[in-house]
Structures are given as structure tokens and as C-alpha cells.
Design a protein around this ligand. Structure first.
Ligand SMILES: [Zn+2]
Ligand SMILES: [Zn+2]
Length: 226
């Protein structure tokens, strides 16, 4: 997820997805939020997705807000869910999908991305080769940002960990819309009207609006996972 109005928070490394989807959706038509358009890949053989918080992530409140972000999705459906497992995530080159990386060796990491603002966090999802079945995800938060780790309202110079985590876990469910490298249309109603949806590409300083999932991400998710 990015700050302000720039694109690209998700890096999808499986080249078989996303490119053919760019012309499909008409903004504002609810039925256009179909599973196949917004979920080019998804979890299949195991819908309880195990994940770990890497030792690089600050302890305490930061981790609790990451858990809160995962919980927003867990509340939606009894089928696909994120199951937090204790222990370190074992860092590797998270921007690369290695065929040798074990199934569901999923993790959340913390470290430098691009300095203050612009990219706040990203998710890399990988599929089993030649399929649209998700194999693992890796999530990273930019350590250069001024993060708000509480449950109240961030100050005007901080970004909300809870809200950004909810957004990134959306990508970890497989959400990858055809706009702005994996999102809802930033110029469409779901991103320009209230409530602004969590899977829009950007978040503003001081905003808590990305925490709760809204109508179109809920029904898109349920189209895919029931
Ligand atoms: Zn995103
Ligand atoms: Zn919709």
C-alpha cells in the first residue's frame, strides 16, 4: 500500500496473472467485482493459511495491530482464514518466488523499503508453478515510516499499522484487482466516496479508514471463498 496517490503496493511475481485483466471491469458495477477478475489466484488445498511474524517486526503493539489486520479478514468467512503460528518467519529473498520455498512458509517482515512515504508496505504472493493456486505470501512493512501502533486515531504525521495490515492481508487472501497493480479503481466510487474501501491503492496520513472491510471487498472475498 502506498501513501497518497501513487500506485503499486503489491508485487506479483507470477507472470501468468494480472496482465490480461486490465480492460475488464467497469467501475461502479457491483457484479463486475467477480472472483476471477479480482482473485486471479487463490488458496485452494488448505484454506487455513499458516503465517508467522518475523523477528524483524517490533514487539508489542506493532504485532498486535498486524494480528488485528489479519482478523478483519478472518471475520468474513469460516472458510479461508489466517492462522498465526508462533516463531520466527525465517527471512529469505521475499521478492522472489522460489520453487524450493516450502508451502505456506508465510511471513510478515519489517525493514527498509523506500524511505519515508510512497510505498508503506507490500505483499509478494507466489503460486505453484503453472497454476493459479497460491503457495505462500510474504509481507513487509517499511521501517522508515512513522507508524501508529495504537487502536485510537493516528496523528497527522503517522500511518495506521492496523489499517495497512488489513490492506496487505487482503492481498494475502489473493486479492489483486485490475487497477493500480492489484487494487480497486482509485478513480471509482469505492475509492472516491465514503466509506473508502480498504483495497484502494492508497492511504492517507492520520487515517483509520482502512481498518474495516467494506461492501465490495466483502462480497468479492465471499465470491471466492464462500
Ligand atoms: Zn495494495
Ligand atoms: Zn463489488
Amino acid at each position: 500500500m502506498k501513501s497518497r496517490n501513487k500506485a503499486l503496493s503489491t508485487v506479483l511475481l507470477d507472470s501468468t496473472i494480472a496482465l490480461s485483466l486490465a480492460t475488464v471491469v467497469l467501475a461502479g458495477i457491483a457484479l463486475a467485482h467477480s472472483g476471477s477478475t479480482y482473485y486471479p489466484s487463490k488458496w485452494k488445498r488448505d484454506l487455513s493459511v499458516a503465517w508467522r511474524i518475523d523477528n524483524s517486526v517490533p514487539g508489542g503493539a506493532f504485532r498486535n495491530r498486524i494480528l488485528d489486520g489479519a482478523q478483519e479478514w478472518n471475520r468474513l468467512a469460516p472458510n479461508m482464514r489466517f492462522s498465526h503460528v508462533g516463531g520466527d518467519a525465517t527471512n529469505v529473498n521475499i521478492r522472489r518466488c522460489s520453487p524450493n520455498r516450502p508451502y505456506q512458509r508465510d511471513g510478515v517482515f519489517y525493514g527498509p523499503i523506500d524511505g519515508r512515504l510512497n510505498v508503506l508496505a507490500f505483499v509478494v504472493t507466489c503460486t505453484f508453478p503453472g497454476t493459479n493456486e497460491l503457495k505462500h505470501f510474504q509481507m513487509k512493512f517499511d521501517s522508515a515510516e512513522n507508524w501508529y501502533t495504537g487502536t485510537g486515531t493516528p496523528g497527522s504525521s503517522a500511518f495506521d499499522v492496523w489499517g495497512v495490515a488489513a490492506h496487505e492481508f487482503g492481498h494475502a487472501t489473493g486479492f489483486s484487482g485490475p487497477y493500480a497493480k492489484g487494487h480497486f479503481n482509485p478513480r471509482g466510487g469505492v475509492c472516491t466516496s465514503s466509506p473508502k474501501h480498504t483495497m484502494c491503492p492508497t492511504i492517507s496520513l492520520g487515517s483509520t479508514g482502512s481498518r474495516s472491510l467494506e461492501e465490495h471487498e466483502r462480497h468479492t472475498f465471499r465470491n471466492v471463498y464462500g
